[in-house]
Write a protein that binds this ligand. Structure first.
Ligand code: ADE
Ligand code: ZN
Length: 374
């Protein structure tokens, strides 16, 4: 919990999260429990550093690949549909306590199929948790199927085709009731994650071309550790509609690219899904104070604030909001603008956007009076 006067407001502010890897919400407690249930020997336990040592190690990542080593090993504890359901249910319950109203949740099917866990198994568990979150917690959600960029592009295309042909993106598979058009698809989009360098955007043109042709929404990690040019190329070559991280679009050092890129992001309303605590843990930034929040606000870039891998990076969405508040001391009205920008960049129906926007207005109105900002 942060010590700022705005903390109680930040807690209740309605939020949209767009950048979280569900496997990255696997807390060590659940990890060890599922590993024991499934008889999986975890090399990271290494005879038993246990929970505290593991958490301590998570504070010492040297960069993205160091983190990913732990991330991929830990997810080997996830085996059957009920494991994925429990994982996602735990996330949704925590998100609900932080007043997340809409969540766009990424997952990495190739990291599971490599261990013999079918795409359908993962989707079954995640879908059950999403449905319960909607019913019991009032959280709407979208599932984003990520392709791992350290694997051959052809395998990503094959995964996309498998999901498309199974009807997960909607449309092609009929259940006999002829009401497919009314249904929300199981998968709401594709993404691209894992090690950024040296896997540049040009490797992914076929995958993203196929997704575009099938009418599937497209986001991609870019500019986390890689250069700002990766962001430009993700827009140009992959026709990505959103950029996960995109941090390097705003940091000094890629002169000649960043200014034009920022103008383009603003002009085309491309949303950056930013993750400050992740950036610090993975040493993309030295501290939260270096997060380019003021530049983003001043330039009018659309962005959202997210947790990325909350079990690994020291917090969920609220802790990310709080870290920014401690560093930058924003006003209620500035947070209202950030929260509304996140709604506008969401992949949900307009009706849902209006619902959340009006919730934000009510909360911001109440708290700006409470905190004497008007
Ligand atoms: N997969 C999970 N977290 C990631 C991150 N921060 N960057 C790239 N791939 C990831
Ligand atoms: Zn990510």
């Amino acid at each position: 919990m942060c010590q700022t006067a705005l903390h109680p407001f930040l807690e209740v502010l309605p939020k949209c999260e767009h950048h979280m890897h569900i496997e990255g919400s696997l807390e060590p407690e659940l990890l060890f429990e599922l590993a024991a249930k499934n008889g999986i020997a975890l090399p990271l336990a290494g005879g038993g550093p246990g929970l505290r040592a593991l958490r301590k190690r998570y504070e010492a990542f040297t960069g993205l690949d160091d983190f990913l080593g732990y991330y991929y090993v830990a997810m080997s504890a996830l085996v059957d549909a009920s494991d994925f359901e429990r994982l996602a249910e735990a996330y949704f319950r925590r998100a609900a306590r932080q007043n997340v109203r809409h969540a766009e949740v990424s997952f990495d099917p190739q990291a599971h199929s490599a261990r013999g866990v079918a795409l359908s198994t993962v989707i079954e568990g995640l879908t059950a948790a999403r449905e319960r979150a909607k019913r019991e917690l009032g959280i709407s959600s979208v599932l984003i199927m990520c392709v791992l960029r350290h694997l051959p592009p052809a395998e990503g295309v094959a995964l996309f085709e498998e999901a498309r042909d199974a009807g997960y993106f909607g449309g092609s598979v009929s259940d006999g009731k002829n009401d497919d058009k009314e249904k929300e698809p199981v998968l709401g989009g594709i993404g691209l994650d894992s090690s950024e360098k040296p896997f540049p955007p040009e490797l992914w043109t076929e995958l993203y071309g196929a997704a575009k042709k099938a009418g599937v929404r497209r986001t991609a990690h870019a500019g986390e550790e890689g250069p700002a040019q990766y962001i430009v190329d993700s827009l140009d070559m992959m026709d990505a509609q959103r950029i996960d991280h995109g941090l390097r679009s705003v940091l000094a050092g890629d002169e000649g690219v960043t200014d034009a890129l920022l103008a383009r992001l603003v002009d085309q309303k491309v949303m950056l899904t930013l993750c400050p605590l992740s950036n610090v843990r993975l040493r993309c930034l030295e501290s939260v104070q270096d997060f380019p929040l003021r530049q983003l606000l001043d330039r009018g870039v659309r962005f959202s604030i997210n947790s990325d891998d909350p079990a690994y990076f020291g917090g969920y969405i609220l802790e990310n909001y709080c870290a920014l508040q401690e560093a930058f001391g924003l006003s209620v009205r500035e947070w209202e603008g950030i929260a509304k920008g996140a709604v506008m960049g969401s992949w949900c129906a307009d009706r849902r956007k209006w619902e959340i926007l009006s919730e934000i207005e009510a909360v911001a109105g109440e708290w700006s009076v409470e905190l004497g900002e008007q």
